[in-house]
Design a protein around this ligand. Structure first.
Ligand code: NAD
Ligand code: UDP
Length: 335
């Protein structure tokens, strides 16, 4: 079975390629390297000891996609390619609508032409907007608070329309909660070029003394200690969720959405404390104003993914903190 992975050199894509290869799938990656590095391909080969095909190019480029589909007999696609920075999507929405929507529509057109109708799509818990209650179930109403989230919601709608027009499609929409951590080898992980927006990469840079102090955005939320609560999921667990989703779409037609989270909510302070303890390192922090658009708490009800996909997470918060820091230290040594 040959799986095309768009955005396969990115953070979640690279971990998923490793899991796919280790589960016996052949993998073809396409990525335009707008937010990742070519070295990741060698890292995937090093971890798995297996070959992986890589094509540099853009999912918006139809002739490029046609070339790949003509050359490779693709059985299914996992579509990670897209931009993901919430703040940037607010200041530059057209960049997000152009890239995320155009790449997906072009990919779907080419898949249709080549009669390849099996797709796993990367959506996000952001499509639940401000949830009415917790934990979040897949059946909750959907809404968004930023253009990035809106691209995900629009694509979910496009995929449902596509399935309604042709029931031969088989589509799994995966709504990720907060992926953190890295592969145990320390060879692949999350490596933002700029100052990170997300909590864990920021903590890692403060612990490594590349940044001075973590700003904790508010301690007056309606949560256990006043800081924001999220459902952090180890990226390797998340990657394994894609194997379950691939098995599902290869075996039956249909369209469905699944939460990929642990079901546990951790506050910012809990994460900082766990990180300091397991890595024996200091993380300086101060409490600052709330970040605009943030919600108090967000965590999944993971029972539907467990029931329908057989998906269960294995790693806890300690592993996530150890593996994130291990990757950062190894990356620094190697560069
Ligand atoms: P990432 O930026 O590390 O990976 C995305 C990859 O896609 C990058 O390697 C980038 O170079 C590539 N890319 C972007 N546009 C492209 C295009 N037009 N053609 C070809 N390649 C292109 O991001 P990630 O964290 O691995 O996220 C993967 C997917 O999961 C994204 O769709 C993202 O929106 C979604 N997601 C991520 C998170 C998260 O917290 N990381 C949460 C929910 C959903
Ligand atoms: N957060 C923080 N300081 C940072 C980055 C994030 O206090 O520098 C908080 C943020 O307010 C939220 C949690 O950490 O409560 C997770 O934020 P992240 O941006 O990683 O994920 P998201 O908000 O998209 O769920």
């Amino acid at each position: 079975m040959k799986i095309l992975v768009t955005g396969g050199t990115g953070y979640i894509g690279s971990h998923t390629c490793v899991e796919l290869i280790e589960s016996g799938y052949e993998v073809v990656i396409i990525d335009n390297l707008s937010n990742s590095k070519i070295e990741v391909v060698e890292r995937i080969k090093e971890i798995t000891g297996k070959d992986v095909k890589f094509y540099e190019g853009d999912c918006i480029d139809k002739s490029f996609l046609i070339k790949i589909f003509s050359k490779e007999k693709i059985d299914a696609v996992i579509h990670f390619a897209g931009f993901k920075a919430v703040g940037e999507s607010v200041s530059n929405p057209l960049k997000y609508y152009r890239n995320n929507l155009d790449s997906t529509i072009t990919l779907l057109e080419v898949m249709n032409e080549f009669n390849c109708k099996k797709l796993v799509f990367s959506s996000s818990a952001t499509v639940y907007g401000k949830p009415k209650s917790l934990p979040i179930k897949e059946t909750f109403p959907l809404s968004t608070t930023n253009p990035y989230g809106t691209t995900k919601l629009i694509i979910e709608g496009i995929l449902r329309d596509l399935y309604n027009s042709d029931n031969n499609w088989s589509i799994a929409i995966l709504r990720y909660f907060n992926p953190i951590g890295a592969h145990k080898s320390g060879l692949i992980g999350e490596n933002p070029n700029d100052i990170p927006n997300n909590l864990m990469p920021y903590i890692v840079k403060v612990a490594s003394k590349e940044l001075e102090c973590l700003n904790i955005f508010g301690n007056d939320y309606n949560t256990k200690d006043g800081t924001g609560v999220r459902d952090y999921i180890h990226v390797v667990d998340l990657a394994k969720g894609h194997i379950k989703a691939i098995e599902k779409i290869l075996n039956e037609n249909g369209i469905d959405a699944y939460n990929l989270g642990t079901g546990n909510g951790y506050s910012v302070l809990e994460i900082v404390n766990a990180f300091q303890k397991v890595n024996n390192v200091k993380v300086n922090y101060k409490i600052v104003e709330r970040r605009k658009g943030d919600i108090d708490a967000c965590y999944a009800d993971p029972s539907y993914a467990k029931e329908k996909l057989g998906f269960k997470t294995k790693y806890g918060i300690e592993d996530m903190c150890i593996d994130a820091y291990n990757f950062a230290k190894k990356f620094k040594e190697d560069n």
